[in-house]
Design a protein around this ligand. Sequence first.
Ligand code: SME
Length: 161
Amino acid sequence: MNGISDKKLLFKSLYIEIKAILDGDANTDEKLLTICKLLKGNIEYYDWVGFYLVNPTVKNELVLGPYEGEPTEHIRINFGQGICGQAAEIKDTFVVQDVSKETNYLSCSPRVKSEIVVPIFSEGELVGEIDIDSHSISPFTDEDKMFLEEIANLVAGLFQE
Ligand code: SME
């Protein structure tokens, strides 16, 4: 990827593809998995892409949903725990450019160097998160944040009654 404009173009085309996936006939899990694969496969520094979903029956708990990348032991995460749990608590995007500097962190793999977590809201309620791990330090820019927040808005449609 050479510079911002390439990244912008890539994000624009991925946005269109994700819209088409969401408009398709597959079920929710299949759609989320296809999105994970698309993002991991097309953005070189996205090394693990997954969704955590708010458990509707257990208060303040996230449950691992579809993902693409190495298996993780963190299937259930309480709000406040790790980067995912902190994002759920503050209800905002949480970017950690160097996970070695974050004390409240749940490691999935020693290869992971940075992480971005973007909340998904449906009708004002937190319903899940997009979680991305990278093997690079400081790879995430404002473009990533904006792009992923747009994707979270699109995905939110799956959770509307
Ligand atoms: N690192 C996360 C846990 C989930 S894994 O990245 C898949 C955290 O600190 O919440």
